[in-house]
Design a protein around this ligand. Structure first.
Ligand SMILES: Cc1cc2nc3c(=O)[nH]c(=O)nc-3n(C[C@H](O)[C@H](O)[C@H](O)COP(=O)(O)OP(=O)(O)OC[C@H]3O[C@@H](n4cnc5c(N)ncnc54)[C@H](O)[C@@H]3O)c2cc1C
Length: 553
């Protein structure tokens, strides 16, 4: 069946087997898999291009923090053999080029409608199908909807008095102008010192006349040690791709190929421990947290790693007071997303950079040409909001999703997101979420998690079609048990000790609940596979009342 043909039973003139929302890495791979199974599919993307995260986040210094040879699709060996990553951690323009290459190489564009926001989805119990409304005033039918809307795609503009009255340009790192920004000769203020702030501050400081960094909470950051990749580097990595990808999928906790620690931090003496931390610090990157196997579990063990990083900050930053401000002390290392930087702490040694502690002296107002924090006004010409995202649920919440009996997903999730496996939520049949809350998602190399979810959803739809099933819905008991399990696993770790965006703590009024599944991608994959092998245990499936018109391969 070709795209756009009416699917019987949806009640809409334009209808598809599946509507996918979002054309980031998740939406593009979902389209590729479903088309391969000969489902009719339409992807709607609100941006003017594909790539999702890498389309929107064009701030200076933006790059991945999982190494590019691993932060890339694994589903096609030719693709991973032919694409040449130029650096250990690719920059945003290169990752966006890769996303566009994938769209062209696999001929995805004809089924992706850009510049179109999905505003609402309503489920019809009578037909077991969805009506999807879009910003171009259309209502389109779909048997299934896949929300590939991204965990970090709803840029969070802070609610600060006077922000709209600021006379200079104000930018959000998550929605950066495509033409770039020239800060030379300007006094710039950056609010926020999470990952985007940490990546952009060194680059902006090198260009601006003066940079004032407004910090609420300091972050632990590890040097990236970024470097160009040679042809030999790439060839060496490619030769071990099968084992790298298998390990990332099946054994790793976070979807990253690394040595598995065989001991806890307190099993080594102080000298041996310091030597191991130093070796990982010199190596650079996210694997710093994999030196020992109990850093996320045992506070005393965690303290040894946190102390090591604090000492490094003190050694790097020359001004004692500034160094102290930059040292995180209020939460265990790793319980907020650990950052990876290039010369972040060194930047505070520059004469044109000032650090302001807005925990002690909160920002009370943005004036037409200054930021007021405490009793002081900091004069600026341009403002950068590196204030992050309404993570994991923010983009889903913007869509009016009406499930059974007209109940909205926002109503159901008012006290925190509830899902079965992070894939579906009871009361919302035939609606899948890629890397939804309750799945490893942001705690992992997300391309590994995206591929796993997409494959699971594609296999599930194929299974249903082969058996003449037309509706699938999470069962209440299965969902409740999964939510309890997600919480139980999180509560056995140090993660809930931090006021992080994993907990929704960066959004005023958002329920505090640990959203991602911390059990590890390998364990999680096994659970999902077992559920499928048992005929989708925990999901209720309904047979079609009449022959289905869904495409058959
Ligand atoms: C700066 C930055 C760096 C990152 N670095 C890494 C990294 O190194 N490693 C890693 O694993 N992860 C990283 N991430 C996480 C990153 O989001 C994922 O790796 C991945 O790109 C997510 O892909 P996605 O397709 O799921 O979502 P996204 O890339 O967020 O794409 C979702 C798309 O859905 C669209 N959309 C949302 N709502 C609607 C709607 N209602 N209608 C139409 N379209 C809609 C959005 O416009 C967006 O284009 C990073 C995130 C950021 C912000």
């Amino acid at each position: 069946m070709s795209a756009g043909q009416a699917i019987s039973g949806t009640g809409q003139a334009e209808a598809y087997d599946v509507i996918v929302v979002g054309a980031g890495f998740a939406g593009m791979y979902m389209l590729y898999r479903l088309r391969g199974l000969r489902f009719s599919v339409r992807v709607f993307e609100q941006g003017a291009g594909v790539g999702g995260t890498w389309y929107w986040n064009r701030y200076p210094g933006a790059r991945c923090d999982v190494e590019s040879m691993q932060y890339s699709y694994s589903f096609c060996d030719e693709l991973q053999q032919e694409w040449d990553w130029s650096e250990r951690y690719a920059s945003q323009p290169e990752i966006l080029r890769y996303a566009n290459h994938v769209a062209d190489r696999f001929g995805l564009r004809p089924d992706i409608q850009l510049n179109t926001t999905v505003e609402g989805c309503a489920f019809d119990d009578a037909t077991n199908s969805w009506s999807v409304t879009t910003s171009d005033d259309k209502t389109i039918g779909a048997k299934f909807v896949v929300l590939a809307t991204g965990c970090l795609s709803n840029a969070r503009k802070p609610d600060i008095a006077g922000l709209d009255g600021f006379l200079g340009p104000a930018y959000h790192t998550g929605n950066w102008p495509h033409e770039g920004v020239d800060f030379s000769g300007l006094r710039v203020g950056v609010i926020g010192t999470g990952s985007s702030g940490i990546q952009s501050v060194p680059v902006i400081a090198a260009e601006a006349k003066h940079l004032t960094v407004f910090q609420r909470t300091p972050n632990y950051s590890i040097p990236a040690r970024n470097r160009p990749l040679s042809a030999d580097d790439r060839a060496a990595f490619r030769s071990i791709y099968p084992q790298v990808r298998r390990f990332a999928r099946e054994e790793a906790k976070n979807g990253i190929y690394t040595e598995m620690p065989d001991r806890g931090a307190l099993d080594d003496g102080a000298n041996a421990r310091r030597a191991k931390y130093e070796a990982r610090w010199q190596h650079g990157g996210l694997t710093f947290m994999s030196v020992y196997n109990n850093l996320a579990l045992d506070k005393a063990a965690n303290d040894t790693a946190a102390d090591f990083v604090r000492k490094k900050i003190a050694e790097t930053v020359k001004d004692g007071a500034t160094a102290k401000l930059l040292q995180p002390t209020t939460y265990p290392i790793g319980t907020k997303r650990i950052c990876i930087d290039t010369d972040y702490f060194e930047t505070f040694n520059r004469p044109n950079v000032t650090l302001v502690d807005i925990k002690i002296n909160p920002i009370t107002e943005i004036l037409p040409s200054a930021v007021r924090a405490g009793a002081k006004d900091y004069q600026i010409d341009a403002l950068v909001l590196a204030t992050g995202f309404d993570a994991m649920t923010g983009s889903v919440a913007k869509i009016e999703v009406r499930g059974r009996n007209g109940r909205t997903l926002n109503q159901k999730w008012a006290e925190g997101p509830k899902t079965y496996l992070g894939l579906m939520s009871m009361g919302f049949p035939n609606l899948f979420i890629v890397t939804g809350p309750g799945s490893p998602s942001v705690l992992s190399n997300m391309i590994v998690s995206i591929e796993q979810h997409v494959d699971w959803i594609a296999d599930c739809l194929k299974f249903m079609r082969e058996r003449g099933l037309e509706a699938i819905e999470a069962e209440q008991g299965a969902e409740e048990s999964w939510v309890a399990h997600v919480n139980e696993v999180a509560n056995a770790t140090l993660y809930p000790n931090a006021n992080s965006w994993y907990m929704g703590a960066n959004i005023p009024g958002k329920p505090r609940i640990f959203m991602p599944y911390i059990g590890g991608v390998g364990v999680y994959r096994q659970i999902c596979n077992e559920v499928a092998a048992k005929g989708y245990e925990g999901f209720a499936m309904t047979a079609a009342a009449r022959p289905r018109a869904m495409a058959v391969s």
